[in-house]
Design a protein around this ligand. Structure first.
Ligand code: NAD
Length: 352
């Protein structure tokens, strides 16, 4: 069994389906046997990339050489396709958001268990280096105890003009990008959530949210502001994190940013009032240069291939899944709570 190569079929060959093909090219133990997409043009594209195409979903599921199926279709049919593939005895890797509500995920998990086949969600942004840098700062207490963080992605292009604009397909930015940022958030602390407030944005007149803002408070006192926008011509930093001893900023995907923290070797220097607008302020004066340290961000390295190597190891029973379904479930419940908070314009107090 050791060293076996696994055969994988991709269902849904759009932007992400073809990206899975590229990811798997880098993985020694998995090879793509073929692709299935509903749309002819996508099938032709797959052929020009050198893939075999299957004439139907059934042809994929009844191909006994296929060990793993990747579901990279719009969100509304992840559940149905995942369950069919599991029932056909395949291991399944499914794109995010795994389902459009939490109870659908429980249904899939039940089938996965019954069939003894693994089901893993591609929460690839757990390996984003910006996130890993922030996680490292949390864990090593590089700015002391973190008490507040802000995590944002912002664009100015609106919602892409496809199924992402439509409710029936599980569109909207909370499900699309929110699921990544919230998944990352929940990996930063062991604490339970105690309350959630949120508002959805609908500037563009689509039937789904074109962004959202959510305030999440954890039982240990940590507060988080999670924000996604598609109408931001100027964007705010990707990460802004405050600890008792300093502040971190990561500006963008290029990982520009810094840590500014108190210098433990210099006793506190009283700030000098500055002119600010038509007034003077000591409160808002910058900390003195001598009393602060400006540190570069420590790079932690990019480990982009971890997902599929982990899939192989999980299939072989030698390790735990890097993305656990229980964790994904908690994120979906949080998303439902954000929708509820936004719709009722209230703070939802519940342990989560
Ligand atoms: P897309 O529209 O580019 O591609 C979807 C493809 O699925 C299309 O080619 C469509 O024809 C095909 N399809 C639809 N119904 C099908 C069916 N029943 N059977 C077979 N094929 C079917 O969308 P996309 O951007 O590639 O997104 C696909 C999925 O990947 C979504 O769930 C999305 O959220 C996810 N995604 C994840 C990331 C990430 O970073 N993890 C990034 C982008 C998209």
């Amino acid at each position: 069994e050791n060293g076996q190569t696994y055969n994988l079929a991709i269902i849904g060959f759009g932007g992400m389906g073809s990206y899975h093909g590229e990811l798997i090219d880098e993985v020694e133990r998995i090879r793509v046997t073929g692709v299935y997409d509903l749309v002819d043009y996508r099938m032709q594209l797959a052929e020009t990339r050198g893939y075999k195409t299957y004439e139907s979903l059934n042809a994929v599921l009844s191909d006994e050489t296929v060990d793993i199926v990747v579901i990279a279709t719009p969100n509304d049919i992840h559940k149905e396709l995942s369950i069919q593939a599991l029932r056909a005895g395949k291991h399944v890797v499914c794109e995010k958001p795994v389902t459009i509500n939490s109870s659908d995920l429980l249904d899939i998990m039940k089938v996965s268990e019954e069939e003894g086949r693994i089901f893993m969600v591609h929460q690839n942004r757990r390996w984003d280096e910006d996130f890993l840098i922030i996680k490292d700062i949390f864990e090593k207490r590089k700015v002391g105890e973190v008490f507040h963080l802000e995590s944002r992605v912002q664009g100015a292009n609106g919602i892409p003009g496809d199924w992402r604009q439509l409710k029936a397909y599980g569109g909207g930015m909370l499900l699309d990008w929110g699921v990544h940022l919230l998944d990352q958030l929940l990996l930063l602390t062991d604490s339970k959530i105690e309350s959630v407030a949120a508002s959805l944005s609908s500037i563009l007149g689509t039937e789904v949210d074109d962004g959202f803002t959510s305030h999440i408070r954890f039982k240990n006192g940590l507060t988080a502001l999670i924000e996604v926008g598609t109408t931001n011509y100027i964007k705010l930093p990707r990460w802004y994190v405050k600890g008792l001893e300093g502040t971190v900023v990561i500006v963008d995907w290029d990982l520009s940013g810094e840590i500014v923290k108190n210098n433990p070797d210099v006793s506190k220097i009283e700030p000098v009032p500055i002119q600010a607008g038509r007034g003077l302020t000591k409160t808002m004066a910058p900390p003195s240069e001598e009393s602060t340290l400006r540190l570069p961000l420590d790079r932690v390295g990019d480990s982009g291939q971890d997902f599929y190597s982990n899939v192989v190891a999980v299939i072989e029973g030698v390790t735990e899944p890097a993305v656990k379904n229980e964790e994904v479930y908690r994120v979906l419940v949080l998303i439902e709570t954000i929708f509820e908070a936004a719709e009722t314009n209230s703070v939802i107090h519940k342990e989560l």
